[in-house]
Write a protein that binds this ligand. Structure first.
Ligand code: ADE
Ligand code: ZN
Length: 337
């Protein structure tokens, strides 16, 4: 089997995906029309041309504008369902999805509307496509702690539907410790925790996510490589890093794909995984991310297998569920390596 077929067919888990970032322009135009909401661009091609970013903030401005057309429970269902259909074609068996409730509650859409639409699609994803999933509530770090605490309170009736809390949006100037109290409360309520750290922000933010927020995974974590002591800690504690190569390239976190630290991370013994982040904006889902990196860094089948295994191991599935999925992954690898 060629490396390309191997990458397409290998069973995958995705651990870093913003559902609002899977909003493809075609669906965005359809929903905008349905809801009578004017878009800044009259043609899909013009919108796509705007997907040229110099940094995280330039992307976020466009990403939040796109999310503005999501109004009804059906909109959130359609958004989530479209993502599940897409990843089903890529053999993604398990996905852990971020949603940003404040992006919607801040413009008058209720938390209930957002989560009900997403959950209904995830249930259909399980029943009709056999895709297993977990949901992660991500706080917007450019907003204040009071807003995050209020959001957490609103989420409590859905406690059993949400596995973890996360932290995303504008990293620079918004260190993890800003949300220490929120994450403390979330832990007391039984939520696990993850946080975006070291995407644009310094390695100190990765330490802060670990020490102040007690996260179980670091989302991105590229800048951790600047601090050898931190690398040693991450290796020793087996903390997964949910790395997003195409995102890093599009947001200029790396200069070019050949400079991406993915292989270095693997060789250092870090529990690194590959993810798509915001696939509709960055040019690809799981398969495209893996294929692009395999080409840029000359990855082997063993490297790809390791990346996929790390994702199942680093997921928030139960040990029994992990074992079952890893057994299938190992069988695929043994047969096709
Ligand atoms: N929200 C959506 N994608 C993000 C990213 N890559 N970093 C921070 N916040 C985000
Ligand atoms: Zn992200």
């Amino acid at each position: 089997m060629t490396l390309e077929s191997f990458i397409k067919k290998i069973p995958k888990a995705e651990l870093h995906l913003h559902i609002e970032g899977s909003f493809e322009p075609e669906l965005m135009f359809k929903i905008a029309k349905r809801n009578n909401i004017p878009l800044k661009y009259s043609k899909i091609e013009d919108l796509k041309k705007a997907y040229n970013f110099n940094n995280l903030q330039e992307f976020l401005d466009i990403y939040y504008a796109g999310a503005n057309v999501l109004i009804t429970e059906q909109d959130f269902y359609d958004l989530t369902w479209a993502y599940l259909v897409k990843i089903n074609q890529q053999n993604v068996k398990h996905t852990e999805i971020f949603f940003d409730p404040q992006t919607h509650t801040g413009r008058g859409i209720s938390f209930d509307t957002v989560i009900k639409g997403i959950l209904k699609a995830l249930k259909d994803g399980k029943e009709k496509l056999g895709i297993s999933s977990k949901l992660i509530l991500s706080f917007l770090r450019h907003l204040d702690q009071a807003d995050a605490l209020h959001t957490l309170q609103t989420a409590l009736p859905y406690k059993t539907d949400i596995i973890a809390v996360g932290l995303d949006s504008s990293e620079l100037g918004n260190p993890p410790y800003k949300f220490k109290k929120t994450f403390q409360k979330a832990a007391n309520e039984g939520f696990l925790a993850v946080a975006h750290a070291g995407e644009e922000g310094p390695s100190e933010y990765v330490w802060s996510a670990l020490q102040d927020l007690n996260v179980k995974r670091i989302d991105h974590g590229n800048k951790a490589l600047d601090d050898p002591e931190l690398v040693q800690f991450l290796v020793k504690k087996k903390i997964p890093l949910t790395v997003c190569p195409l995102s890093n390239f599009k947001l200029k976190v790396v200069k070019n794909l050949k400079k991406h630290p993915l292989k270095t991370m693997l060789d250092l013994g870090l529990k690194v995984t590959v993810n798509s982040d915001d696939p509709a904006y960055f040019g690809g889902y799981m398969t495209e991310n893996l294929l692009t990196m395999a080409n840029a860094l000359n990855l082997t089948k063993e490297d790809i297998y390791k990346l996929c295994r790390n994702a199942f191991e680093g997921s928030f599935l139960s040990q029994t569920e992990k074992n079952k999925m890893i057994k299938d992954l190992d069988a695929f690898y043994l047969k096709n390596k």
